[in-house]
Ligand binder design. Structure first.
Ligand SMILES: [Zn+2]
Length: 401
């Protein structure tokens, strides 16, 4: 599969974030050249295999120097430049803090061998997490693989996280943002003063990238210029079509626009035959379910399907399958999926639930894949790692298999 189909700067669609320059310039990932774009292709293939999702969506960023790196071929540099102009690659002066800003705001998982020790104080969810980072490595057969990694917990961090947060907040190192801040930024249509800006310019844009925040301003990651708010943007949630455990396709549900899904729904609906073969949708009704999104969470209703719908409902104690009675509106929670039949399910992409209110205890619900409850913290963007106290050094290099 082509690299391009796996690259997106759409905040509603991306699931992983990758620093392209780090991968391309890592000799530990195979090949003889000091910089090689094939390493990125190998990494995307590895992510597709790891996630069982051939269409895995990756938010790729790079610092500007890669586009002029003379160790790449002219063809490779042209390709990177085309990705940048097509809005598939975010280019910015420096990428290392941006990768964590994206991970923090969009709940993206990070593919990196870096320990990010400089950033542990800014992002207290990093130390010890075992769900948010993947490490690329070289398989014995020369292919690239990825595996989950547990982030190190430096000894000085073996104190209560709450206590640390309190001290840092008091010292003004951290600025606490309301959980709704990211959602608010992503709900507006931003415009960059640079008319040909691939992210926020005047032309067609593939999706909604995440602006940067600099103090109270919203700025373009590429140009560093203040963005203008040109109006509201409808929120969208992503849903995956999963057949026998493998993702076959994905579609978006726009807030306020209910979407029919089935074998052959009326105009504007999602016809599942586009991704799975006809035998797999034989038992699916023309309009099997209708999905709706209210900007916070997805609901599903089965009005009149012939063979019924079930909800696979994840609970701390395990999974249960619940019939969805005709006309009942089910609010999908993290981990829930909609079973159209035994082998075919609709799986909401987890991230849009980050801000979903947990109705059981009135607090914000757990993040998909995160160990602890979310700590929505960020740093003012003018703070550089060297400004943070105790900047630990990252371990260089990649682990061999
Ligand atoms: Zn711009």
């Amino acid at each position: 599969m082509q690299c391009e189909s796996r690259l997106t700067l759409d905040a509603s669609a991306a699931e992983y974030v990758v620093d392209v320059a780090n991968v391309v310039r890592e000799p530990g990932l195979g090949g003889d050249r000091p910089a090689d774009l094939a390493r990125l292709e190998g990494l995307l293939d590895a992510l597709a295999a790891f996630t069982r999702d051939p269409t895995v969506q990756v938010y790729a960023i790079t610092d500007r120097s890669l586009l002029a790196d003379g160790r790449l071929t002219a063809g490779e540099r042209e390709r990177l430049d085309r990705w940048y102009r097509d809005g598939l690659l975010e280019v910015l002066p420096r990428a290392d803090d941006r990768i964590l800003e994206l991970a923090d705001a969009l709940e993206l998982r990070v593919v990196s061998a870096d320990n990010f020790l400089d950033f542990h104080r800014a992002y207290p969810w990093i130390p010890g997490t075992r769900h948010r980072f993947l490490r690329p490595f070289l398989e014995p057969d020369g292919r690239i693989g990825v595996r989950p990694r547990i982030m190190p917990v430096p000894p000085e961090w073996q104190v209560s996280r709450k206590e640390e947060e309190g001290i840092l907040l008091e010292a003004g190192v951290l600025r606490r943002w309301a959980p709704s801040a990211h959602r608010a930024v992503l709900s507006r249509d931003w415009r960059c003063p640079e008319a040909d800006c691939p992210l926020f310019g005047a032309g067609e844009r593939p999706g909604t990238a995440l602006p940067r925040r600099h103090k109270d301003r919203v700025v373009c990651p590429t140009h560093g210029l203040q963005l203008t708010d040109t109006g509201p943007l409808p929120r969208r949630a992503q849903v995956k079509v999963v057949m026998d455990g493998t993702v076959r396709g994905r579609f978006m549900v726009t807030a306020g626009r209910p979407l029919a899904v089935g074998r052959a729904p009326a105009d504007g609906g999602v016809a599942l035959g586009a991704w799975v073969n006809s035998a797999s949708v034989d038992s699916v009704s023309r309009t099997h379910v209708v999905l709706s999104y209210d900007g916070k969470g997805l609901t599903v209703v089965d009005e009149r399907s012939a063979n019924g719908t079930r909800i696979r409902h994840s609970r701390p104690t395990g999974e249960e399958l619940l019939p969805l009675h005709h006309g009942t509106v089910w609010r999908l929670r993290t981990g829930d999926s909609v079973m159209l039949h035994d082998r075919l399910e609709l799986l909401p992409s987890g991230r849009q639930f980050v801000f979903e209110e947990d109705t059981t205890d009135g607090t914000v619900g757990p993040q998909a894949g995160a160990v602890a409850a979310p700590t929505m913290l960020s740093v003012p963007l003018d703070i550089r790692p060297e400004d943070l106290p105790d900047g630990g050094r990252d371990e260089p290099g990649y682990e061999q298999a």
